[in-house]
Design a protein around this ligand. Structure first.
Ligand code: FCB
Length: 440
């Protein structure tokens, strides 16, 4: 049998990613908590409740799990509604708790990677119009400064905003996230406000901490024309690619917001990324018919290797495609999220290995890829999909708060320990893909 080892660069960051509302529990002062109380917003009426009880202190045991399984970094987010419960009130004890968490990672020899906004807003901001309010950047910046001042001793790698494209589309076009709007013009306004807020935060962070490394975690979705020969299908996949994938990273490169029939210049947004953060899960096929039917996100082919609930198709080649495209921005890249919903852990091991294999291929082209963060450490509250989707390396029993490790834990632990993927690992954990990964 062929033997080989695929090595990653020295100093590669290996971790998992989480977000405040999904893991902390009892974030009663944000727009998501309020949304969960409304009928029919969340599948089966699920609620975040205690989530993974991190605010109750269980982040400690989960950080231990990450450490014991050889992860050297962790991405977590700060809950704005805890730091600034009202516009004129700063909650120092919450800041202390986050400082404790960042310090906790340091003590475990792990690099903290901190997100300042991951989908949830304080209720007071919602009342002021949230991301529709043109002044939202003016509200975001003081909060950002406060957090960076408090954590700069331990943190210098920041995400300002998680997936601005998903936030804008789900909350203002699809209506699945609060405030549940479905309006294109509003979506475009929100996109503009998100660029402004990121740019202002970028400059503020560098003022407080000149050595900071600041970026965005961009959601990248692969769009493939259903019929590659068809110019119409190529248009149907090119359009969402430009609006979903390219809009934000390009705006933050040259300060130009490219809307379909209009351009806006925001000079202060130019060159406001120190690295390119990328979240990749899947690729879909697009055809002109789907576009006309307003199925903007495409469909999976009938033979797709689908996740448990059909939410994600396993398309590792598009990970490579993304990195190739991302390399064009001339920035170091960090894969800030990648993972799959899979309570039984039957797809995850091969999904993990196949995606990392593509990352390794990209590394061999000398693309400057600095780290990989698997979504997620422990099962957590999946937004409007509630608890139906299980993305954790560890399984969570929400009632009893017990964690049970899935077999992917040992696989990922071996990869992180060896800074590589070996044929032995593949043979042991995902024998079904051995012949394609290591052909005779
Ligand atoms: C991403 C989100 C993250 C999680 C994963 C599954 O879009 O950033 O919070 O929901 O999807």
């Amino acid at each position: 049998m062929p033997q080989a080892t695929f090595y990653f660069p020295r100093g590669f960051l290996w971790g998992t990613a989480t977000s405040s509302h999904q893991v902390e529990g009892y974030n009663t002062n944000n727009n998501w908590w309020a949304w969960e109380q409304e009928p029919d917003r969340i599948i089966h009426g699920h609620k975040s409740g205690a989530a993974c009880d991190w605010w109750g202190g269980r982040w400690r045991e989960d950080f231990d799990r990450a450490k014991e399984t050889n992860q050297n970094a962790h991405r977590f987010s700060i809950e704005w509604s805890r730091i600034q419960p009202l516009p004129n009130i700063w909650d120092e004890s919450s800041l202390d708790q986050y400082r404790e968490m960042a310090r906790g990672l340091h003590q475990r020899g792990m690099t903290p990677f901190v997100t300042l906004h991951h989908f949830s807003d304080p209720l007071w901001l919602t009342e002021m119009g949230g991301w529709e309010n043109e002044k939202v950047a003016d509200y975001f910046v003081p909060y950002v400064r406060k957090v960076v001042e408090a954590l700069r001793e331990y943190v210098n790698l920041w995400v300002t905003i998680n997936e601005p494209n998903v936030l804008a589309v789900e909350a203002f076009l699809m209506g699945k996230f609060p405030p549940g709007k479905q309006d294109l013009r509003t979506t475009f306004n929100v996109m503009t406000n998100l660029v402004r807020a990121h740019a202002a935060a970028y400059h503020a962070i560098h003022e407080v901490q000149p050595t900071a490394r600041v970026g965005v975690a961009h959601h990248y979705r692969g769009f493939q024309p259903l019929r590659s020969w068809s110019p119409l299908d190529r248009y149907a996949s090119g359009l969402p690619h430009r609006l979903v994938n390219e809009f934000f990273p390009r705006a933050l490169t040259d300060g130009v917001l490219r809307f379909p029939f209009r351009r806006i210049r925001i000079p202060q947004a130019k060159d406001t990324q120190d690295y390119l953060g990328l979240n990749y899960y899947t690729q879909a096929q697009m055809s002109i018919n789907l576009l006309l039917a307003k199925e903007f996100f495409g469909k999976y082919p009938p033979d797709a290797d689908l996740s448990e609930g059909g939410f994600i198709a396993n398309v590792p080649q598009a990970m490579f495609k993304m990195l190739q495209w991302g390399n064009g921005f001339g920035l170091p890249m960090i894969i800030a999220e990648n993972g799959v919903e899979d309570s039984k852990d039957s797809l995850r091991p091969r999904y993990l290995v196949q995606h990392l294999h593509q990352v390794w291929r990209a590394v061999n082209f000398n693309y400057p890829i600095k780290g990989y963060f698997h979504w997620s450490l422990v099962d957590n509250f999946e937004w409007e999909r509630g608890w139906t989707q299980r993305f954790g390396l560890w399984e969570l029993d929400v009632e009893s708060q017990t964690r049970r490790k899935r077999k992917s834990v040992d696989l990922y632990a071996a990869i992180c320990r060896e800074n590589s993927i070996s044929s032995e690992m593949v043979e042991q954990f995902t024998p079904e893909i051995f012949p394609t990964m290591f052909p005779e």
